[in-house]
Design a binder for this molecule. Structure first.
Ligand code: FAD
Length: 397
């Protein structure tokens, strides 16, 4: 008698979830062990977030950085459910969603990423725009369009956070606004890009200086209103007029994850073993930004797309190994370097013994991301567009 098909549910179709689903569909399943793979996401599109800056600078379009799941999953056998998960019953192994009936699972992959906390300062929720999702980018686009069409001489932008996102978005927007832009980056630390490679930090500092982006370091934000931001520096508070505040700091897990009866790290992330299984429930795997992970070498795994993609390979393999009764592999993280966009057609890249900046950095970053896009078909379509677009632009002049 054949065994009933087992169901693997993957919650969240970002770098961790989507790439796990795609790897799972490529593994050598026997006919009797082939599981049903269900990918659940609240959005209808995968977002390649490292390229979100290119959307607001006008260098790329939505279809390039955020292809629909239906398109990515066509022909893979993976079932896609567009739904927002609100609760998981660990006893009955059921997922509850806002827009869909409950779904039972035999194996579950938690990959819902993180959220930007915009409630850390009075007025931030109402007046600051976070920069994480496609809808954040659209909201920013709309605000910029209105400001650009207005008759104001200058557009004053305050970017909260001097980490990767803050620096990258400031440089891209400074290039978009040109002479009209007046930028400041605010950070409570004494330097920007504290985690960054030295070459990239120095290149980024030069890029900020070239764009006259002011740095407010050792500075706390007291509150934000529709047209001002109050900054605390050395026991003194200055209220500065602004037209746009971007919020790029912090990350937290969703309530659905926080409330799960699983072991959590103090950050709220789910504790996992090096096999990426949750510490109390081996049938549940977790990866990406919502998981607190140390790899086999006790290396702390950073909350990056690079790490989530690497984890996805192990997660898929370990699910296959669990079902096929094979030994599981402990995750081994390989830092491959880091890349940062520093304005339009400008980037810095440092890793694997190589360092590039300027146009070369931009081309290296583009090539690396092209290689990382989720499917060969999408890579070819986007790559073809990147090659032909400049030629078409030249011909139309
Ligand atoms: C602007 C920006 C730039 C970045 N640049 C880089 C970079 O250059 N290099 C790098 O390595 N990393 C970068 N990162 C970090 C990287 O994007 C994350 O670390 C990575 O996306 C984490 O993958 P994940 O699978 O955990 O979560 P995500 O990729 O965020 O995916 C989570 C998915 O879960 C879905 N979801 C969430 N809640 C629910 C729910 N309740 N129900 C159903 N679905 C849900 C979301 O819609 C989303 O599709 C950047 C991040 C941002 C925001």
């Amino acid at each position: 008698m054949s065994q009933p098909t087992q169901r693997i549910c993957i919650l969240g179709g970002g770098f961790g979830g989507l790439y796990t689903a795609l790897r799972l569909s490529e593994l050598p399943w026997t006919r009797s062990q082939q599981p049903e793979i269900v990918l659940i996401d609240k959005s209808d599109r995968f977002l390649f977030s490292p390229l979100l800056y290119e959307l607001v600078s006008g260098e790329m379009q939505t279809w390039e950085i955020a292809p629909p799941f239906e398109e990515i999953l066509a022909g893979t056998g993976i079932r896609f459910e567009r739904a927002t998960a609100t609760d998981i019953d660990l006893q009955s192994q059921a997922i509850y969603c806002e827009e869909a009936p409950a779904l039972n699972y035999d194996y579950l992959v938690l990959a819902m990423g993180g959220k930007t906390p915009v409630d850390l300062v009075p007025g931030a929720r109402e007046h600051a725009i976070p920069f994480r999702s496609l809808s954040d980018a659209y909201r920013l686009q709309e605000r910029l369009r209105l400001l650009e069409q207005s008759d104001r001489e200058f557009i004053r932008v305050a970017v909260v956070g001097g980490g990767y996102s803050g620096v990258e978005v400031a440089c891209k927007l400074a290039d978009r606004l040109g002479d009209r832009g007046r930028f400041r980056i605010i950070d409570r630390g004494s330097e920007i890009l504290r985690q960054s490679a030295e070459f990239n930090r120095k290149t980024a500092q030069a890029a900020l200086e070239a764009r006259h982006i002011w740095l407010d370091l050792d500075t706390e934000i007291e509150n934000i209103t529709a047209d001002s931001i109050a900054l605390g520096f050395k026991n003194q508070v200055d209220t500065i007029p602004v037209d746009l505040v971007l919020w790029t700091v912090g990350t937290k897990v969703s309530d659905a994850i926080k409330n799960l009866d699983l072991e959590h790290h103090q950050s709220g992330q789910i504790a996992i073993a090096p096999t990426l299984q949750t510490t109390q429930r081996p049938e549940i795997f977790a990866l990406g930004d919502l998981a607190a992970c140390h790899d086999i070498n006790q290396q702390q795994v950073p909350p990056t797309a690079q790490a989530a993609i690497q984890q996805a390979d192990y997660c898929a393999w370990n699910l296959w190994a669990t079902i096929a009764n094979r030994p599981l592999l402990p995750f081994r993280y390989q830092p491959l370097g880091e890349m940062m966009a520093l304005g339009i057609q400008n980037a810095t890249v440092s890793g694997l013994g190589m360092q590039f900046d300027g146009t070369l950095g931009h081309l290296a970053r583009r090539a690396a991301y092209l290689y990382r896009l989720p499917t060969l078909k999408h890579r070819l379509t986007v790559g073809f567009n990147w090659v032909t677009q400049p030629i078409l632009e030249l011909l139309s002049q």
